[in-house]
Design a protein around this ligand. Structure first.
Ligand code: ZN
Length: 308
């Protein structure tokens, strides 16, 4: 398709904006320019719910109907999910998700955006897609944990003190997708679990949030004894080195010895037998947004590949 230059520039801008916008099928990332996704489109929020660590804002009166949420129970439910994720992260990482200087709570807004959720820039609110939130309850747990995990990344200096080099979404989106499974054993989109097994040639560094199983492998979540502390070590090392690849290699070398062997082991299990029977919850059972068991799906993909 030939795209005129100004349109190309606009599309590029949209795609750049969306680089941090998660939980959206990648085919939708093309051709959605011009939708409401700027601050000027922020509706007025007449409703507010304050919890221990969050201030949630929503409206049921926007003229743009896709901004609206009529049922406050949806907001209350989301606030509980956010608090659970906050506590899991604070317990595990020993530090709180990032809040801007002078603030100790994370602002959350529900409105019409082009993806399920976004938590960018670091000092901005977490934004959730109001219409998707109403329509698809299965995304509420994983997407809230995912967006809050970006605030954990910011607490380790990502985008606040250092920026990763491209391609980096296998790391930033991949670990945020890992957090969906860590907190809930559920993902907002099934492709985060099965794509890398379906397409075993997909480059890990190009896999964006579909690199998620690599991060399960990294913490040994597909084995008997996951070591989630490795994720803490990784983010601490990222903060010190300001380089996610170097940080990962160091942590792998310290934990497993040879990095080459580690990556070769992942490549092998990606083709066959990633999940044994003895995995620990929640990594053993990962649900898609529709509640279907994704681990079972991957097992049958691998079985079919073997026999085919
Ligand atoms: Zn994300």
């Amino acid at each position: 398709m030939i795209i005129p230059r100004p349109a190309k520039a606009a599309l590029l801008l949209v795609l750049l904006t969306l680089a941090a916008c998660t939980a959206m099928p990648s085919f939708l990332q093309i051709g959605i320019g011009g939708q409401n996704n700027t601050d000027s489109d922020m509706p007025a929020f007449e409703n507010r719910l304050e919890t221990d660590h969050f201030v949630l804002n929503w409206t049921s009166r926007s003229r743009h109907v896709k901004d609206n949420i009529a049922d406050p129970a949806i907001i209350e439910e989301t606030s509980r999910y956010l608090e659970i994720a906050w506590n899991r992260y604070a317990d595990m990482f020993g530090r709180n998700p990032y809040t801007p200087p002078g603030k100790d709570k994370v602002e959350v807004v529900f409105r019409d955006i082009d993806c399920y959720g976004v938590a960018d820039p670091p000092e901005g609110p977490i934004q959730f897609n109001a219409a998707a939130w109403v329509k698809n309850p299965g995304i509420r747990q994983p997407t809230s944990a995912h967006e809050l995990f970006h605030k954990v990344q910011y607490a380790y200096g990502y985008k606040t003190q250092w920026r990763p080099k491209k391609p980096y979404m296998w790391f930033t989106e991949g670990t945020a997708a890992w957090s969906e499974v860590f907190v809930w054993g559920r993902v907002s989109r099934t492709c985060k679990v099965d794509t890398i097994f379906r397409n075993t040639k997909l480059d890990l560094y190009e896999a964006d949030d579909m690199a998620m199983p690599f991060w399960i492998y990294f913490v040994g979540g597909n084995g008997e004894k996951p070591n989630n502390g490795l994720m803490v070590k990784l983010l601490e090392r990222c903060e010190a080195l300001k380089d996610e690849k170097k940080a990962l290699l160091e942590v792998i070398q310290e934990t497993h010895g040879s990095a080459d062997q580690f990556f070769a082991g992942f490549a092998k299990e990606r083709k066959n037998g990633f999940w044994s029977e003895e995995c620990s919850v929640p990594y053993r059972c990962i649900l898609g947004p529709d509640g279907n068991d994704m681990v079972d799906k991957v097992r049958s993909i691998q079985k079919n590949a073997k026999s085919g």
